[in-house]
Design a protein around this ligand. Structure first.
Ligand code: CA
Length: 709
């Protein structure tokens, strides 16, 4: 049966039409694209105005309730058809704390839905709530200042699940599993070592990236005493914080206030906040709020089936104007109301590039330091043409938006879909080119042999600011579990070396470094039967939680990560912002197919310091010795230690111990190293002076000549 539909609103289309064609038509877009900024409930103490976009509805009724659940209807009222397919209602008086829904009738079927623009909801997100947002601002929130952050490559991103931080008793955190758990300072494990916020601060990360923290569907907020867990890639209400992370999911204002307190506390401690956003699909399809209000508009159809590029049963249609507007409005709302500093787009490849660019433009108007990145792939085929998708291969076309580099992720320690597959650090052969590809941040570089590196078809990042470098994230095995699986024959001592070498590659490569929380403490997701979880999305806290009591045993690894982060921050040469800088300054050493990669950063672009840097990674189980360029080199990183202190100095050659990295710096004290821009300015000024001198000279000559005549 062909998927057909009657669009009756204002008689726009009265006959049966193919719905996909109708909603994608220029005529529909022109007639029904609503541009206003007042969708949802606009609150004031005197009145609240409601507006919902429902162009195919015959009738829309607004229902008011005393609470977010239960049989407590106050009244219902008809909404009025208004411009561009919207429906409006004005309620006089102070409606803060009143819950509401819309009953939308399309083709004779009436369904009750939550406002997609709801800013607060009741328990389990089944009713919207009118909210006085100003009243939810914690004290001093109007004076909240984002921690200083300039170039995207200055970021060090820490990927964290809200609950994992505090759900193990060893966290010492009082607000277990809550947003407020991220506000607690002075917390320690049983040995007195810092946990939680203090730990992140000490590690030196600049951004905490929270796994979904908007309201998701699968954790029952009425039963929080039971053992429930979910990552949250099951979106329900996009513009509302998740209720299970609040101290009271029944009162819609509490989660809003506590989310703001979390952002404020992180900002006060020098850490910015990134939200993981999942606009690519909704948890429910037929019963989603989108589908109840405007059936079939928000999803891509493939014949009579829902297209399923998300792998979760549906995919949203970002190319349609009102879905695109919804996404833009949603991120703008989080950035302004909650002071969120960045967005990580789940399955960004499902979205069209135009929408992603509009999101970048809209966020630039608020603050261009807001970071945007995403997964440049889909989880299934999409009806959207590949050329329009925000996939990795198209990243260079989306300025100001970065994509995860699965090149570095798999190049370092092997393919994530094959637990036994090995990468550079754990004994994989012929991985040198993959590592070189990653060192230049997947940007265009004549030193990379693209023919011998087949994973990606050539370069994909327009600059290092578009590349997220990582070895592990919430998906797949943790780095430590991967090494235990792929390298079970190796000693724990060797696997620790592999882990440290992995981190050295991530933090010295050009691009934006990223790590899964706990990677710096050899995080493991071991299950009751002793196996490692590759997909812990709904497993209990016992698997997912961060085990803070492991910190003491793994201090060597923690200190190494901390030292690498400090080193990176101290040397902008690791944080280049342009492809040209990378091309002009990084020179790979010719070491052949030796399980070794070595390179120099010849100058330090981006920096006023005069220095050259030598970096080498040795994946062999034997020492290797490499010749150094001339001069005295200070060693900052070796297999044991990393940081900003000189460990020793060498000239001529350096010996690199088994499975380890070295970073050496030749510091040219007393020599002022000009940045390119300074040199250009000085050059231009000099040229102007010379030109002026010539002109004056010519003029004088002319005068002379005149006089001579
Ligand atoms: Ca929820």
């Amino acid at each position: 049966m062909e998927h057909t539909y009657t669009v009756s609103y204002e008689g726009y289309i009265s006959k049966q039409v193919n719905i996909t064609k109708a909603f994608s038509s220029e005529a529909f877009e022109q007639k029904y694209t609503y541009q206003g900024d007042d969708l949802g409930a606009v609150y004031s103490a005197e009145k609240t105005n409601f507006r919902v976009w429902a162009p195919t509805a015959e009738k829309v009724v607004i229902n008011f309730y005393e609470a977010g659940d239960g049989d407590c209807l106050i009244e219902s009222a008809d909404m009025t058809a208004a411009e561009k397919g919207t429906w409006t209602y004005e309620k006089t008086g102070d409606s803060h704390g009143i819950y509401y829904t819309y009953s939308v009738t399309v083709n004779g079927n009436t369904k009750e839905a939550v406002d997609p623009y709801a800013k607060a909801v009741g328990v389990n997100g089944n009713r919207g709530m009118v909210i006085d947002l100003d009243a939810t601002d914690p004290e001093g929130f109007d004076k909240d200042i984002k921690p200083k952050f300039e170039n995207m490559t200055d970021a060090v991103i820490y990927e964290l699940h809200v609950r994992d931080l505090s759900s193990d008793a060893s966290s010492g955190i009082e607000n277990v599993g809550k947003f407020l758990g991220l506000t607690e300072t002075g917390t320690t494990n049983s040995e007195g070592l810092a946990t939680g916020l203090d730990h992140m601060k000490d590690l030196g990360v600049t951004h905490v990236h929270l796994l979904p923290s908007y309201d998701y569907a699968t954790v029952d907020e009425t039963n929080l005493e039971s053992d429930q867990f979910n990552w949250g890639y099951d979106p329900k209400n996009y513009n509302v914080p998740e209720g299970s992370y609040s101290t009271d999911p029944y009162n819609g204002a509490v989660r809003v206030e506590e989310y703001k307190k979390m952002v404020q506390a992180l900002h006060e401690n020098g850490i910015r906040v990134i939200m993981d956003v999942v606009y690519n699909h909704t948890y429910n399809t037929e019963d989603s709020n989108f589908q109840k209000i405007v059936p079939d508009y928000y999803y891509r159809m493939n014949g009579e089936m829902y297209s399923n590029a998300s792998g979760c049963g549906n995919e949203t249609a970002s190319e349609r104007s009102m879905m695109r507007k919804f996404m833009v409005d949603s991120v703008v709302y989080w950035a302004t109301e909650y002071h969120v500093d960045g967005f990580r787009f789940d399955l960004m490849g499902v979205h069209d590039m135009e929408t992603m660019k509009e999101i970048r433009t809209a966020l630039n108007e608020i603050d261009s330091s807001i970071i945007i990145y995403g997964e440049g792939w889909t989880s299934g085929d999409s009806t959207l043409p590949e050329t329009e998708r925000a996939v990795k291969a198209n990243t260079y076309q989306m300025e100001g938006i970065a994509a995860f580099s699965d090149d570095i992720r798999d190049g370092i320690k092997g393919n994530v879909f094959d637990s036994l597959n090995k990468g550079f650090v754990n004994g994989g052969e012929n991985m040198e080119e993959a590592i070189k590809y990653s060192i230049v941040g997947a940007t265009e570089n004549s030193q990379i042999d693209y023919d011998s590196y087949e994973k990606s078809n050539g370069w994909w990042a327009g600059s290092p600011e578009q590349t997220i470098n990582y070895a592990s994230c919430h998906d797949n095995l943790t780095l430590w579990d991967k090494l235990a699986t792929s390298n079970s024959e190796d000693s724990e001592e060797d696997r620790i070396k592999m882990n440290k070498l992995s981190s050295a590659i991530v933090f010295t490569s050009q691009g934006i470094p990223f790590l899964q929380a706990g990677e710096e403490m050899l995080r493991s997701k071991v299950q009751e039967d002793g196996t490692f979880s590759e997909n812990s999305y709904n497993l209990p806290d016992s698997v997912n939680s961060i085990k803070w009591d492991n910190k003491g045993n793994t201090m060597e690894v923690y200190d190494y990560y901390k030292g690498l982060i400090a080193l990176r921050k101290a040397h902008p040469a690791f944080c280049m912002t342009t492809t040209e800088d990378v091309q002009n300054n990084i020179t790979f050493q010719n070491v052949g197919d030796s399980n070794v990669v070595a390179y120099t950063i010849n100058n330090s672009p981006n920096s006023e310091k005069a220095e050259s840097i030598f970096v080498a990674y040795n994946a062999n189980k034997e020492d290797i010795t490499l010749e150094l360029p001339e001069g005295k080199w200070n060693l900052y990183v070796n297999g044991e230690t990393a940081g900003t202190e000189v460990l020793y100095s060498v000239s001529g050659a350096v010996t690199i111990s088994p499975i380890s990295a070295v970073v050496l710096i030749k510091e040219e004290s007393g020599v002022f190293h000009m940045s390119t821009s300074t040199a250009v300015v000085i050059g231009v000024v000099a040229a102007v002076i010379v030109c002026a001198a010539i002109v004056i000279g010519l003029a004088k000559n002319k005068k002379k000549m005149k006089r001579n005549l």
